[in-house]
Design a protein around this ligand. Structure first.
Ligand SMILES: Nc1ncnc2c1ncn2[C@@H]1O[C@H](COP(=O)(O)OP(=O)(O)O)[C@@H](O)[C@H]1O
Ligand SMILES: [Mg+2]
Length: 390
């Protein structure tokens, strides 16, 4: 099938503009703020993103120079660039010429979801380019991903204050995706490499390649094939392919543990972060969950706040519950992280609901490559989906 974007740029652009239709519920406050690189005369309510020419992004990235390559994923390359007005941008080039149809679908899906979201903790889309290839242009997050910083053994350990700020900011961004924007968005791939950091450590949720709309009339949605990252998948998702916002809440719980402990969800030790942390959470051993590099103040970590650590551990333990109905919503997570009273009785589960929490993840760690350093994405990155209204 001929790729959509080569069937006629005008038609494709029309399609892009239809996706970008202003909506009454778009976060008007943010939509009205001009973004760097955005057309200066965007009327309020109009999306702040625009179409870039190939020449513009080519110039900005110095011809996609290797020195500007800041990230490489399964189906994309990301380059740092500077626009003519001086704005720092990240240009994401969609790769994979062999699967044009899928690329189109994923490209449109990512453009549709992230282009619709405007929040201080969601990576801002500045625009796209459909000349020659498919590109998305984002505001640049100068510090890279949380994962890269957390696991950089050569750099000083990330301090506690930054870690707690990342937890709260990411929770706010996710709450916005679930509740704040007109069409609810499930991200489906919340993990430390998809949360980026600005210069002042503001977390930015990024990579909407797997994101899905959740229309209001549906409570959840069945999706096949299963996609995402091992070690972060909620049980109802890997067993029944069911997603709703609680799937993201589960992944957010794993993210909290990773930020707190400085351990990867799966790191080749044949033991997942979850199976390591669950007994410690159950026994209330908060101290054992904190990254030893900040515990001892080594590597510039400088110690941690015990009360905040207890709060993080408590919230993580709720988020990673096997039973989705007993997990908190992201609004409840935000409240708890921002200091709401912790009422354990309010969150107590009946014993039968607790049983599932002891179940191991269904894959064998012996099957995984020991030497792997990164999170393991599920084999399929296609977003072929079937929907159900069950
Ligand atoms: N806006 C950005 N600012 C800075 N770096 C970015 C930005 N977007 C992506 N990156 C870098 O590129 C990597 C891959 O980007 P991502 O959108 O997650 O692509 P993929 O879908 O291939 O995983 C990220 O982990 C990050 O290091
Ligand atoms: Mg990614």
């Amino acid at each position: 099938m001929k790729p959509l974007y080569s069937r006629g740029r005008d038609r494709f652009k029309k399609l892009l503009l239809s996706i970008a239709k202003p909506t009454a519920h778009m976060d008007m406050a943010h939509a009205a703020e001009p973004l760097p690189g955005a057309p200066p005369d965007s009327p309020p309510g109009k999306p702040a993103w625009r179409c870039f020419s190939y020449d513009e992004i080519h110039r900005a990235t110095n011809g996609f120079h290797g020195e500007n390559l800041v990230g490489k994923g399964g189906s994309s390359e990301v380059y740092r660039g500077t626009l003519e007005d001086g704005a720092a941008v990240a240009v994401k080039r969609l790769m994979g010429a062999a699967a044009c149809e899928r690329r189109e679908r994923d490209f449109l899906a990512e453009l549709g979801t992230v282009g619709h979201a405007r929040h201080p903790n969601v990576c801002a889309l500045l625009g796209c380019c459909v000349d020659r290839d498919l590109y998305l242009v984002f505001a640049f997050s100068a510090r890279g991903s949380v994962s890269a910083i957390l696991h950089d053994g050569a750099a000083p350990a990330m301090g506690w204050e930054a870690r707690y700020g990342i937890a709260v900011g990411t929770a706010r961004g996710l709450e916005y995706l679930h509740k704040g924007c007109r069409r609810r968005i499930i991200h489906r791939d919340i993990k430390a490499s998809n949360v980026l950091l600005t210069d002042d450590f503001q977390p930015q949720i990024s990579d909407f390649g797997l994101a899905k709309w959740l229309p209001t009339e549906w409570t959840h949605r069945a999706i096949a094939p299963i996609e995402g990252t091992f070690g972060c998948l909620a049980p109802e998702y890997y067993t029944h392919g069911i997603v709703d916002e609680k799937t993201d809440v589960f992944a957010f719980g794993v993210f909290l543990l990773e930020v707190m402990a400085g351990r990867k969800p799966v790191d080749g030790t044949h033991r997942s972060l979850l199976s390591w942390a669950r007994p410690l959470l159950k026994e209330g051993k908060t101290e054992a969950l904190v990254d030893p590099r900040i515990m001892t103040g080594q590597g510039g970590g400088g110690g941690y706040e015990a009360e905040q650590a207890r709060r993080l551990a408590f919230v993580a333990s709720l988020c990673i519950r096997a039973s989705a109905t007993w997990r908190p919503s992201m609004s409840e997570v935000v409240e708890l992280l921002e200091g709401a009273e912790i009422r354990r009785d309010r969150w107590a589960m009946p014993p039968e609901a607790e049983e599932g929490d002891d179940a191991e993840e269904p894959w064998s760690f012996d099957d995984l490559d020991e030497g792997t350093d990164d999170e393991l994405d599920t084999p399929s990155s296609s977003s072929a989906s079937s929907t159900s209204t069950t």
